[in-house]
Design a binder for this molecule. Structure first.
Ligand code: AMP
Ligand code: MG
Length: 336
């Protein structure tokens, strides 16, 4: 299959929408990461997403809408707290798990009676959904297990020949996937952290619970609150070792343990160790969120064998950065 590269002109958006209407898969920009989109109501189209990504079929897809009217096409009802969250954070990087309508097939919801729904703020994404007139199921546009793409070039590397088209809308603003929440009475449970933080949610909900799967390994034999937690994710080819320590302890650990092909992932240039190649991903959560996945892909291009990574803070959006890098290391964390 030839993968067509589209821009963001009106003509290109109409072309992307007509491919989607014909049951094809198209990669689209969003403010979080690029998504691999198909008609959320069309079982055959959604199956194509799973095969293009090689994604396990019990890992549900997020359904993207471009209006509150479209929300009614996908969800049966909204708890009171969900209405407050939609008011506060939509359009934006927040996914709400809600009871699904019958019209959303189980292929889309990974066999669940609930569906994750998001109203993205990216204008190009919004116009593609509006032009289609139906919600789009869209997971991140990478091969299952590898770091999510934050620009069209990275989507092309993973998806060339596997999907009908890629819409190039530039760099994703946030750089990490959406915050995923579910509702328990007046409480909100964070299933996956993202740009909308614990504190952001606490300003709207009575109580916010961080699911244990956010920072801990999920037992594969038990049903996970959020099926995506079970799988290895966001991993570059290199082995990632996450080091939670001060700079001095980090440096001496790396000096003792580095071998041929070792690299460092640092907050800033000032932390460099003599003779050790490195990349930086910033010192604050927002910059780290924006750069992390791109840096992991750059390490692959450099042929890195091992990456010694400085551990991000877990404050604010930092919790999301921590969650992703922890998973990309396969929970290989050294606390010094
Ligand atoms: P991705 O499509 O790669 O951004 O991953 C979407 C993630 O959202 C999944 O891996 C799940 O963990 C979570 N998710 C989506 N729908 C649901 C749902 N109905 N219930 C719980 N978690 C969900
Ligand atoms: Mg993903």
């Amino acid at each position: 299959m030839e993968t067509k590269l589209l821009g963001t002109s009106r003509r290109d958006i109409i072309e992307a929408a007509s491919l989607l209407k014909a049951g094809e898969v198209v990669a689209v920009p969003t403010e979080t990461v690029y998504g691999l989109a198909a008609n959320a109501f069309d079982e055959a189209a959604v199956r194509k997403i799973f095969s293009a990504k090689m994604r396990p079929c019990d890992n549900p897809l997020i359904v993207h809408i471009s209006s509150l009217d479209m929300l009614k096409m996908a969800a049966i009802s909204l708890p009171r707290t969900a209405i407050a969250c939609a008011d506060a954070f939509w359009p934006g990087p927040l996914t709400m798990v809600l009871p699904k309508r019958r019209e959303i097939p189980y292929v889309t919801s990974g066999g669940l009676e609930t569906v994750g729904i998001r109203f993205p703020s990216d204008r190009i994404c919004q116009s593609i959904i509006s032009e289609c007139g139906f919600p789009l199921a869209a997971p991140s546009a990478n091969l299952s297990g590898s770091p999510s793409p934050t620009n069209a070039k990275r989507v092309y590397e993973d998806m060339n020949g596997r999907i009908s088209a890629i819409v190039d809308g530039g760099e994703s603003m946030v750089g990490l996937e959406s915050t995923v929440i579910s509702f328990e009475g007046d409480s909100v449970r964070i299933l996956r952290p993202g740009r909308i933080s614990y504190d952001d949610l606490l300003a709207v909900a009575k109580r916010v619970i961080i699911d244990s799967g956010v920072t801990q390994k999920v037992d594969n034999d038990k049903p996970a609150a959020s099926p995506g937690m079970k799988y290895r994710h966001y991993a570059p080819k290199a082995r990632v070792i996450l080091i939670e320590s001060d700079l001095e302890a980090f440096r001496s650990y790396v000096q003792k343990n580095s071998t041929e092909g070792s690299y460092c992932l640092l907050f800033s240039d000032g932390e460099a160790i003599e003779g050790m190649p490195y990349l930086t991903y910033g010192a604050d959560g927002e910059t780290q969120a924006h750069l992390l996945f791109e840096r992991l892909r750059q390490f692959d291009e450099l042929g890195a064998a091992t990456i010694f990574a400085r551990c991000p803070s877990q404050d604010g959006v930092g919790l999301a950065v921590y969650n992703r890098i922890l998973r990309s290391s396969g929970f290989n964390i050294v606390k010094l």
